[in-house]
Write a protein that binds this ligand. Sequence first.
Ligand SMILES: Cc1cc2nc3c(=O)[nH]c(=O)nc-3n(C[C@H](O)[C@H](O)[C@H](O)COP(=O)(O)OP(=O)(O)OC[C@H]3O[C@@H](n4cnc5c(N)ncnc54)[C@H](O)[C@@H]3O)c2cc1C
Length: 543
Amino acid sequence: MSTYRDIFKWGDKRETQVDKGTLNVIKEKFGLTDQDFISKHLLGDQEVKLNVKCNLSQSILYEFIALVGKENLETDDFSRANHSYGKYYADLLKLRKSLIPTPPDAVVYPRTEKEIKKILAICTENNIAVTPIGGQSSVTRGVETPKCGISLDLTKHFNKVIEVSEINSTVTVQSGMLGPAFEDFLNNYGEKYTCGHFPQSFEYSTVGGWVAAKGAGQASTGYGKIEHMVLSLKVITPSGIIETKTYPASAQGWDLYQTFIGSEGTLGVITEVTMKIHKFRPDNTKHASFIFKNFASAVKAMRTVMQSGVGVPHLFRISDPEESEIAFKTKDFEDTFADKFLSALGYKSGERCLMFVAVEGDKSHTNQVIYSIKRIAKKYNAFSLGSKPTKKWLEQRYSSAYLRDPLMDLGIMTDTLETAVMWDNLIPLWRNVRKYLKNRDKTVVMVHISHVYENGANLYFTFLSPMKKGDELNEYNEYHKGIIETILENKGSLSHHHGVGRTLAPWMQEQLGEESLSLMQTIKNQLDPKGIMNPGNTLGLKP
Ligand SMILES: Cc1cc2nc3c(=O)[nH]c(=O)nc-3n(C[C@H](O)[C@H](O)[C@H](O)COP(=O)(O)OP(=O)(O)OC[C@H]3O[C@@H](n4cnc5c(N)ncnc54)[C@H](O)[C@@H]3O)c2cc1C
């Protein structure tokens, strides 16, 4: 039997338990006992059954079958349900409650670019919505299908590396390739390379999704965000094919390929991406971890590193006091001899902050950068914890997100929101958004900085709070709206790397201004005159 849980469960499908350390923290923070966890909440283990039929006519379905083959078109309930949502918190709630009012009519797996071109022509002619699909890890309602139509899934056939150029240090890759296969290929190619892009969703997201949602990986401080990595693209739009040429840089008007980075499926289907690669030398990587007395001094040290020209680390991360406290609690560090020792030195629980650093590259580079960072950290009174905590963090860099579903099973609301902010507004934004989040009774708020620039950084908020059972969706939507508004009032961007999707679309006009949004709309109208590409307010665009 195929269940809703099979659709939403993130990570290893077998993992259903919250670990003991985290469970103890939840009990302590929310005043709960084992009794409260006996019955599980909205498990989503009911069989998938859709109430909405496929609305495409038989003749259209035959056209698709003639084009891609019977085995590359699905109209059964499970496949359509499986392509209805991404991994936004409200998506997960809806799936747990069997709420799928607008599933796609069909899922199509194109084999060639020619087929994509023809599919877009059929859909334009018949007014059928098309949603390009990668790993479906969108957390912004980016792959939802409010206008039904077809989900165009690229993971089945567009999943190969086309070409590596060792002389140019570039790779050309098809957009539906998943992170692990891509990285594995590069790690074993020629002189050995890395793509440098490791979002927490790495295991289940694709190159096309990284580009279309304008993402950032955990090593972005060193390697850059995805828009800093891409050199050219091929995109099939309803109006024609746009293929940009590859140069290290150019002055031929504006860089058109950048228009498609962050386009979230609204302009066309990205089929190929040419991006930079880097030498893969894991043995040279240097790790360091520190504890600072408070958030302000950790942030100052981080900013000093970024602005002093000593070189930048690849992974660079600070946890705020509450996130650091929870990290210590879940690792059973509290009340140990080491904990008491740190407290006696002035690194007090509730104030102290962890910093994780990893520097990659040539040995001479990693040695020099880590030395400089240690020197700067010392200047800001950091205590060095050695390399182990960062290495430990790296071991669970992807799997920590697997906890979200088991936490929801326990009736715990858990979600994340992120923003980018200039240095001068970072501390006020951190303080005010935390304050807003904490206004909700019994809420754990963990904040980290993980993508850092000379001029500012991101702030990433994770919150946990007991759900209001029975009213989970409404209470979440209201809370979420307040968080976005507080971020914007405090000069944060709408998003740093999750993208906009439909979740943040209502704020696009206010955030960009009418003229800018209207320019985006004009580009959309030119490339997609019938408005078939990912319609339904994605990016705040109209059909
Ligand atoms: C647990 C978890 C952790 C995450 N951590 C991070 C993180 O660290 N950093 C980060 O940046 N993001 C993160 N995300 C968000 C998400 O993984 C990223 O946005 C990712 O880049 C999406 O890739 P995907 O292949 O899953 O794309 P999808 O979710 O399938 O699609 C995302 C958007 O891109 C469009 N799209 C996909 N492929 C194409 C294509 N070939 N052509 C045109 N449009 C296309 C879709 O229509 C949609 O609008 C996380 C998500 C989860 C669930």
